[in-house]
Design a protein around this ligand. Structure first.
Ligand SMILES: [Zn+2]
Length: 463
């Protein structure tokens, strides 16, 4: 009996090691890693010579098939996971939203229904809690036992998603006991709403005012408050989509004090800035998401944060809305623009290009940021996030020299523009495997909707 597949002669990269070797796969799992593995009886041999082999990317922040402001995000679980696969991301953690008055169970069931027949690669959910009474506190424990081990809370969007500090504190107390991890959208929503109303009253209604009405101080204040509430409850906290240096400083200070505080940033905050609003007409709406784009100088601070481990993860907050008809709902009133941008496909290449090819950090740090730490924080390690015997054979053969110019003309996301239009990246995935099956090769999709599995996750471990 031979192996099902051997990936031969690649430069194998994990968060800690880089070496040339073969990876053998049997029944969807990594069966052996070594030099010159016996290939006579192997079902298939893929030559990875001259290229890297990475563990599949894990994007822990996407919003597929999500209702928002009277419309729905443009990618569903089929198109979204397929686009992710083209970019080397083989596992998504999306968000199941509990609306007011609902049980958490209803949220979970609703999103399972959206995903289970469509996802081409593995997926899981954080549960967004917008209404937290005693019953839901109990349900948090039940969900953790069933493998939904992280929750997202909002300090922004009063009246829609926002929880008060007392409820947030109770949620932290619950996760301190049940081992769950709270993901926090940290912006001071009440103050922002006042600024927004004042801007509208003054006739400031174009897309860039979405950004100008959400100051960095509002993000820093909420980040600091989230950390304080978590500290009082004795719980870890994960700050989502951190966008600016002011908030980064709060995370850095807390980590220097030894607190279990973690944060992600996203490619848009590393590559785009307020300057992107200098476009004709209403086109700035393409860059309306929350937190908003910041002044350009924040970008290098965020890259440094990734290098120095003040930031631990890069996710995308992929939440695509087409410019035509969806973004256009906000012509004449920026508050009606659906918030979100498309990004799931290009995370790996953008971060490799700017991080590794750009000389900012090592290829091992790259793997840690886009795969290993996400797996550890969200209870998927070592099944995902590394290349080791027994791990799922979610693998990416990556050409570090191939150049690609990002464009809506060639991308696979179901959206009519790209936030990164015209940006040239160095480093592209050539072959992508999920559970040992090739799902992308030579720019062709070879996977199948419904092949992705729901992942029951363990509780958070300190990375
Ligand atoms: Zn989000």
């Amino acid at each position: 009996m031979g192996f099902d597949t051997i990936i031969a002669n690649g430069r194998v990269v994990t968060a800690t090691d880089t070496y040339t070797g073969d990876i053998a796969i049997t029944h969807g799992k990594i069966d052996a890693v070594g030099k010159s593995l016996p290939s006579e009886n192997a079902g298939k041999i893929i030559d990875a010579g001259g290229r890297y082999v990475f563990p599949g990317g894990i994007d822990v922040h996407t919003h597929l098939d999500m209702p928002f402001g009277g419309t729905t995000s443009a990618d569903d679980f089929e198109t979204g996971t397929r686009a992710a696969a083209f970019g080397g991301t083989t596992c998504l953690i999306d968000f199941a939203i509990q609306y007011k008055g609902q049980t958490l169970r209803t949220a979970f069931d609703t999103w399972m229904q959206k995903a289970s027949a469509r996802a081409v690669s593995d997926y899981s959910f954080h549960c967004i809690i917008t209404d937290l009474a005693d019953a839901q506190l109990e349900e948090m424990n039940a969900l953790v036992r069933e493998g939904v081990t992280s929750f997202k809370l909002f300090m922004a969007y009063p009246g829609v998603f926002m929880l008060d500090d007392g409820s947030i504190f109770k949620a932290f107390q619950a996760t301190a006991k049940n081992g769950g991890l709270v993901c926090m959208h940290a912006e001071n929503g009440n103050a922002i709403d006042v600024i927004v109303q004042q801007a509208l009253a003054a006739g400031k209604k174009s897309p860039k005012y979405h950004a100008l009405t959400r100051p960095t101080t509002a993000e820093a204040e909420a980040t600091s408050r989230a950390i304080a509430l978590a500290e009082m409850a004795g719980a870890p906290v994960y700050i989502v989509h951190l966008s600016c240096n002011d908030a980064l400083e709060k995370v850095r200070e807390a980590r220097d004090r030894g607190l279990p505080v973690y944060a992600e940033t996203c490619p848009q905050y590393l590559y785009l800035s307020l300057d992107n609003f200098d476009v004709p007409g209403f086109e700035g709406a393409k860059y309306v998401f929350t937190p908003p784009l910041r002044e350009k100088w924040h970008q290098e601070k965020l890259w440094q944060g990734l290098t120095r481990d003040h930031l631990q993860v890069v996710s995308t907050d992929h939440c695509p809305f087409c410019y035509k008809e969806q973004k256009e709902m906000g012509i004449g009133d920026f508050t009606k623009i659906p918030n979100g941008g498309p990004g799931v496909e290009h995370r790996m290449s953008l971060i490799y290009s700017g991080g590794v090819a750009g000389g900012r950090f090592s290829v091992n740090r790259f793997v840690e940021l886009v795969s290993t730490t996400p797996a550890k924080l969200f209870g998927l390690y070592p099944r995902k996030g590394t290349i080791a015997v027994g791990s799922d054979a979610d693998l990416v053969i990556f050409d570090p020299n191939r150049k690609h110019t990002i464009s809506a003309k060639s991308h696979h996301m179901r959206v009519d523009y790209s936030m990164f239009e015209g940006i040239e990246v160095t480093g592209m995935p050539d072959v992508v495997l999920s559970h040992g099956r090739v799902i992308v090769e030579a720019e062709k999709f070879l996977g199948r909707p419904g092949a992705g599995e729901f992942l029951k996750r363990s509780t958070y471990t300190q990375p």
